[in-house]
Design a protein around this ligand. Sequence first.
Ligand SMILES: Cc1ncc(COP(=O)(O)O)c(C=O)c1O
Length: 414
Amino acid sequence: MLQCRTLKKTAGILAVAMSLSWGAACAASEDPARDRLDEYAAYIQEHKLSDFGYPANHDVQLEGFYDWLVESGAYKAMSNNAGDPFQIHGGHLNALAFEREVIDFFGPRYGFDLDNLWGLVTFSGTDGNDHGIYFGSKYLEKKTKKKPIVYVSDAAHYSNMRLVDLQNLELRLIPSDAHGRMIPEEFEKALVTYRPALIVFAMGTTFKGGIDDQDAINKILAKYPSVEVYRHVDAALFGGYLPWTTFRNAVNRKFHPFDSIAVSGHKFFGLDEPAGIFLTTMEVKQNQNPFNVTYLDGSMPMINCSRSALAPLKIWWIIQHVGAEGFTQQAYGMLFRAAWLESELRQMGWPVWREKKSNTVYFKRPPEAIATKYDLAPDHDDRLGGDLSHIVVMQHVTQAHLQEFLDDMAAAVK
Ligand SMILES: Cc1ncc(COP(=O)(O)O)c(C=O)c1O
């Protein structure tokens, strides 16, 4: 049972004030709710560093943000980003101005010109894909008076299939190759040339980090100029780090003409809760169903009304304190360690693969004790010999931790 705990500076002035009264009380009585939370915190601290199998950045750097939040008293109000960050009219308490700055910061990194950019901070990568599919289908419908068909590879994240289902759209699931990439010939076979096409490109599939070959798909589309096309890129993880590397053009619409992109905030960028960004053009935004909302003083194209004001503030904080230089260092560090891990496993004779822009190393599934120790998600592909696992080399996955994993593997393989 945890007794009187040491309060950290993180809780700032409030913590000091609370500790005076609570300090006296805690000697006499215990707080079971706090004990539960402390157990949870201990669990998080113990397990986060060996969390290798999921694309989250556990090197969260928001202490200063939480200090500010408590010390400033801003936490004592309910701010709500209901509304459009590109049409701020004041009124209710919100952080829309910060959200707009976040979108303006990221827009040019993905090739959007500031005078033809619209976007928002989302609740997650899934929420970003929801907007991509919704905006894409409404845009195409307005232009052609026909409902589009949605094309997604069978290796893409399941949220895309779920959302197509939710939005009652027609789906063509395109087979992927052994490395998670949509097979262009299969796409061509599936293409319905008398209906508009909404294509969701996977920019880093969840398990194998497969990247759909947009150029190859575009070459096919060029053969059918009458097909009206909308391209959404699901770049939940890769969209976070690629802009800071020599691979940046892969997520730049000036090189690959996509209409919208969704990126998660809690993957590369290090938010401590699910969030993301969705970016598109003003042209796409202006061709949505205009539901005018009098009390928000404008047309609200986004799906959600109430939206977090804290998530944009956190991303804004991270931009100010990590910034382009920090993102660049983190991105190269991840790719370097991923390449090193791949090469060490290969030298061991263990079957291993990695797309060269990817921080996700996938390999023959290790013995179960190792898979459990490092929380390695399972997959299966007969084309690669059967059961598989992967390690997503995020910021918290250090070379020392990977060495420990490799030592465990070497001992098991002997
Ligand atoms: C490629 C891809 N797209 C979408 C998602 C869903 O993103 P989120 O978990 O932020 O909703 C994930 C999650 O892992 C993903 O890997």
